[in-house]
Design a protein around this ligand. Sequence first.
Ligand code: CP
Ligand code: NVA
Length: 291
Amino acid sequence: MARHLLTGTELDRDALLALLDRADALKAAPLSSRALEGRSIALIFERHSTRTRLSFEAGVFELGGRPIVLRRDELQLARGESVADTARVLSRHVAAVGLRTGPHELLEELAQASRVPVFNMLTAVHHPCQALADLMTLRERFGRLEGLKLAYVGDGNNVARSLALVGAIAGVQVAVASPDGYALAGDTAGARLTADPVEAVADADAVYADVWVSMGDEDSADARRAALAPYRLDDALLDRAAPGAIALHCLPAHPGEEISADVLYGPRQCIWDQAENRRHAQKALLELLVR
Ligand code: CP
Ligand code: NVA
C-alpha cells in the first residue's frame, strides 16, 4: 500500500512533529538532501496556482528529483481517459503524484488506483500542504505549537478545515469565525466555531485570513463579499488578539478585501514566511512519502 497525504490526518502527532523538524533542517540547509535523486514527481494542476507550483517544482529539484508539471488540458484525462487509468500509468513512471483539483473525491479516486503516493495540492475541501507550512511558521515564531491559539476569520473553506484538522494533531487550539451560511462544516476536530470575529480572536496568538471567493466559488462572489465584509483582518481586529499576535494568510491576497494592506505588508505579519515555508515543509513531506 502506497502511503498518501489527502487530508493531513494520515499523520499522527509524532510524524507531524518529525516532519516539521525535518522542514526546519531543510530550511537551514536547502541542498542537503538528495532524497529524490533520479526520481520524477508528477504535479497535476486542474486549478490555478502560484505558490504550490513554485514550491513543489523548486522543492523537487532541490531534492535532486525532476518535477513533471501537467495541466489537465494537456492530459488524455481531459479527453475522457479515466482517473484510474491515469493513476495506473503515472504509477509506472513517477515516484509520487500531486494533484490540485476541485472535487476531493477525484483525489481519492486517483489515490485508490495509484501504486505510488498521492498528495493533495488543494481540493475544495482540504489544503493540507498549506497547513503544514502554517504550523512550521507558527512554531518558528513561537517556539512551540502545543497550546497556541489560532483564530481563522472568514469563509469556512478548505484552508480553515485543514488548519482545524492538522492544527488539532499538533495541539493548536483553533477558533473559526464565519457568518451564517459560511461556517466550517463536517469534522472540525474540536475547533471552536462562532459568528463573532472579535470573540474568535480574543487571546489568539495568530489571526488567519483567506480569500472570500475561493476557486470554484466565483458564481457567488457578490454574496460572499457582502456576508464576509465584517470579517476583514485589519489592525483593529489584530489589536483584539493577544499581545504579540501575528497575522497569517495563505495567499493570494486581495488587500482591502479580506485583509488590509497595512496588515498584509506590516510588521505583525508572517505571511511571506508562510509562502516560503511551503517549499521546506513539502520537501520534508516528499522525503516521508517517497522512500
Ligand atoms: N496558498 C496557495 O496554495 O497558493 P497558490 O494557489 O498560489 O498555489
Ligand atoms: N481557499 C482558497 C485557497 C487558495 C490557496 C481557494 O481554494 O481558492
